[in-house]
Design a protein around this ligand. Sequence first.
Ligand SMILES: Cc1cc2nc3c(=O)[nH]c(=O)nc-3n(C[C@H](O)[C@H](O)[C@H](O)COP(=O)(O)OP(=O)(O)OC[C@H]3O[C@@H](n4cnc5c(N)ncnc54)[C@H](O)[C@@H]3O)c2cc1C
Length: 441
Amino acid sequence: MTPPAASAGATAIDQRRSLWLATTPLPPVTTVLEGRADADVIVVGAGYTGLCCSLALSEAGRAVILLEASGIGHGASGRNGGQVIPGLKHDPDELVARFGRERGETLVQLVGGAADRVFALIAKYQIDCAAARCGWIQPAHSAAAAQKIIERTRQWRTRRAPVELLTRDRLASLLGTDSYGAGWIDRRAGALQPLAYARGLARVAMGHGARIHTESPALRIVRENETWVVTTPRGEARARQVALATDAYSGALWPELAANQLVVTSVQVATDPLPEPLRRAILPGGAVASDTRNLLHYFRLDADGRFVIGGRGSVTATVPESAFAALQRSAAELYPGLAGTQWPYRWYGRVGITRDGLPHLAEVAPGVWTALGYCGRGVAMATTMGLVLADVLNGGRLPAYPVAALKPIPLHTLRRPLLRTAIAYYRVRDAISQAYRGRRP
Ligand SMILES: Cc1cc2nc3c(=O)[nH]c(=O)nc-3n(C[C@H](O)[C@H](O)[C@H](O)COP(=O)(O)OP(=O)(O)OC[C@H]3O[C@@H](n4cnc5c(N)ncnc54)[C@H](O)[C@@H]3O)c2cc1C
């Protein structure tokens, strides 16, 4: 398929040139919500959080209506890098220090098993999404980051995770580049086609009875006695419980959700399938990778040998042409064989970042729950939190993830200028520490 030509200057928010859209199975047939519908639970948002929540609830026999403003996987779940990475940005000992030994270790187990949960779901339901348990390499971009990685590896090894510190030569041979001096590999991790995964989850949830209504934005939520009434342009859904799974795509529906996180845009570009010799030279170990920069680069090959690279971009809804060009330059720096390659695919999406760098689970009103704020680690964690949400909504059990009230980020209205300043600052810091590339341990 030939993607449409690029528009000059800022690119409108759309998915026209997304690699994942071009290479995904068709979505299941869904309808717009028309008229009144009743359920046990209304889920808002058809990303991994909402889909996994709906799947688990309907599998447990609950009547579920899932409302999606656009199409299945329209948000980050259909646009991400497809890197299935367990754990959070916080290392295990940090979680234990923060939540105490018992709760902390339970949490470490939950997040450490997040990739297992994704691959188990895919295997159980035979989801066709090019899933591969190929491992994730995190190369360090600076001496300080290399130290952190040594400690990170130690902490996970103590907990018997299949992770390994990589010598300089081994790292270079697994990555196919000597651009980094240190790194580790986490073999719990892997890759998938993100939109295909979302569409597959939807198909399974519908198979269990979940009613998914696309092009059905939830416009208003009001309480009538014990029932929540969610209004869409052409209908109205009613249920006693609601799960808000709108993450970085949260709008005005429940303003607390958007105010609880900062949103940045992450940008990706991809090649056509590479010629065999080049394909074999890039990430020959088969793993996916994302580095330790503040404004990180993440890169991989897709199932057909296309090179895909992404990075944090703008703080606005549009992405300047220069952001795509910068990624292409970075790719050619990492892998000089890519110089002059065509990049027919480019797309982007929104990432929600919380103040404490942790996803948040909260009950925002009686019977209305949300999970959000995956800070760029949502393929495995949104899957996990969707299942946690379902558990909570299914009754009574102490949630496996800590519950905390949402708090607006201070100065949220000034977020764009502040984020712009932060991004400029981190760009400089990353550039300075990159001098480390020449001084590998
Ligand atoms: C470019 C990019 C690359 C990334 N790469 C990775 C990666 O490689 N690995 C990783 O682990 N994580 C990655 N992430 C993060 C990960 O994709 C997200 O954390 C995860 O997909 C969030 O899932 P979600 O279901 O919570 O939200 P989303 O998938 O964003 O879904 C929210 C949905 O809510 C819908 N919605 C919003 N408002 C309404 C409304 N009023 N009514 C109805 N529906 C509504 C939206 O249309 C959307 O479909 C990346 C994110 C981006 C953007």
